[in-house]
Design a protein around this ligand. Sequence first.
Ligand SMILES: Cc1cc2nc3c(=O)[nH]c(=O)nc-3n(C[C@H](O)[C@H](O)[C@H](O)COP(=O)(O)OP(=O)(O)OC[C@H]3O[C@@H](n4cnc5c(N)ncnc54)[C@H](O)[C@@H]3O)c2cc1C
Ligand SMILES: C[S@@+](CC[C@H](N)C(=O)[O-])C[C@H]1O[C@@H](n2cnc3c(N)ncnc32)[C@H](O)[C@@H]1O
Length: 632
Amino acid sequence: MKTEPIVPADILFDDGVPFAPAFGDVYHPRAGALGQAEHVFLRGNALPSRWQGRPRFVVLETGFGLGNNFLATWEAWRHDPRRCEALHFISIEKHPPRREALQQAHAHSPLHALAAQLMESWPPPTPNLHLLPFEGGRVRLLLALGDVAHWLPELLAEVDAFYLDGFAPAKNPAMWEPRLMKAIARLAAPGATAATWSVARAVREGLSDAGFEVRGAPGYQGKAQMSVARFAPRVIPPRPPGRRSAVCGRSEALVIGAGLAGAAITQALAGHGWTCTVIDRQPEPAAETSGNPAGLFHGIVTAEDGAHARFHRSAALRAQQHHRQAVAQGVPGRVDGLLRLAPEQDRAALQALVDRQGLPHEFVQAVDSGQASALAGVTLSAPAWFYPGGGWLAPAAWSRWALSAAARCLWHARVDRLEPVGERWRAISGDGQVLAEADVAVLANAHDALRLLGQPAWPVGRARGQVSLVQSDWQPALPIAGTGYAIGLGDGRLLCGATSQPGYLHEGVRDSDTDHNLAQLQRLSGRVFTPEQLITSRVGWRMLTDDRLPLLGPVPVLGATGPRLEQPRQVPRQPGLYTLCALGSRGITWAPLAAEVLAAWISGAPVPLETGLLDSVDAARFVSRAVRRAAR
Ligand SMILES: Cc1cc2nc3c(=O)[nH]c(=O)nc-3n(C[C@H](O)[C@H](O)[C@H](O)COP(=O)(O)OP(=O)(O)OC[C@H]3O[C@@H](n4cnc5c(N)ncnc54)[C@H](O)[C@@H]3O)c2cc1C
Ligand SMILES: C[S@@+](CC[C@H](N)C(=O)[O-])C[C@H]1O[C@@H](n2cnc3c(N)ncnc32)[C@H](O)[C@@H]1O
């Protein structure tokens, strides 16, 4: 599904109460935003008492606005000694405020310290689901930028409390349509509640028709009434087999593979309270493909903005936040921009694409060769995409950093087979020893996942690649990618590469590939590099699907039968068995988001990816494609 560019909010602060001229309505009553949040939305949903003692509580708000309801809810959570372990707050906003508007709105707020954290994490206005973790990940804001009618059907979550806070129904009826109330009901967990200051008949009838029991309650400051509701449907349809979470109440996982994928899923699962055992056949983390001295991460812009580009954009936005934290904690790398040369187009064409897709300058800028040269500190002859949130990382160090979240790691331990034992999974070595056992197993062991799974019919190939590390006094100011790449590691070393040879199986380093990398580096930098400057070269194997997207999610039942298999969500899965592999040549960009998505899928938390894109990366998509092909 195509997404519309985001138009930030135009907000007037004339007499203290923020006002939206486009809607002719105020963001909150004069009596106070936080007072309304407390009275209408928290108390109207019986919070905080309803979240007390629970591992997780999920709120969904329509209309994030200036974030007052979110901040008030976060504050209430902070002050509640019996608070839930994790608070997930999903909010949908068509016209997000600019950071300066947030600043102005919260300048004198009693919650300005929390507002400052929100502003610090405030994402570029792209039509994505932006995951903003706070409190070490215990409070997670999932900000869906775009129209509520687009987003509600795209969410995968079980919501405990709804805050309905669009502008007044008379001024903004699009926010309160009966079909939206039905979409809300589809997301409701058993016992879910909803609250709004509105008493409009259409709102109450919409909620009631969608399965809520609605009643009036005393309104906030001068308003006689507000509406509160409890989800009490006659039937709750079961979730499709491909969209269920792992068995409730279980929380031990074994992760096979300690490269970027394994490290990322371990860290993400630990963030949801899981205990992970990681198993790898190598003596240390990231000793195979993920062990290059450095690698790039960045966004992407394509003319068609299809599933690949949209997944990549979501992942790049997550990666820049995630990697910033890693670098701040000592992982070698930089997150202050990357240039991707575009020699086949001129700057005006690049700019036209940015304008057409409404991509914000915080995400990408089209620069001419002069601007690109100034940014890189070297003469470049082509225009370029400049990604301000791109950069480079040392993937092995990153993997070690992420793996510190593991409960234990087993090295030199090759998993020969996986066996179900009751409702658990057991990893067995070649000599028959049980290496580990857990409720859930995640295959993050790249190509070898296919062998362990009994060769599912996934169209997957491998592409050999070689990078070269050279000694160099010259360092580009930013990583440059084009035909080949150059990354200055800031310590007199420079990484260049990479070759790509699909299907080619030569194991060791090849001199001809090293020569190729040095020649590319020479072309990029305009400098001569001699063989004496070479420190080393390294070979790895990219695992690629034929649609160039990763494989993630619960593993499909081999030879599955059943109705509507042409939809990945309907494909039956092997209980407790998951995969995260086929990161192609994008592991550093993709791993953080892919892992957050899979961890949420496993644990039943709100998934930080729209369902349209989830279908595009779902490990069951190839089953569905085969079914669709056969039906033609
Ligand atoms: C030359 C080259 C350059 C690249 N440059 C970039 C770049 O600039 N940016 C970028 O984002 N990506 C880049 N990539 C891609 C990136 O390296 C991969 O996407 C990523 O490393 C894949 O990670 P992974 O964890 O899936 O696989 P791997 O790193 O291969 O990890 C799999 C792990 O599973 C273990 N394992 C396998 N089978 C078993 C078993 N049976 N039992 C126990 N353990 C097992 C292995 O020992 C290994 O540690 C590049 C790749 C290559 C080859
Ligand atoms: C009353 S304000 C929300 C106030 C906010 N909850 C707070 O705590 O600050 C309503 C919000 O709904 C947003 N909105 C209006 N129409 C929308 C739509 N169709 N989809 C998503 N958001 C919409 C507006 O941009 C505005 O920010």
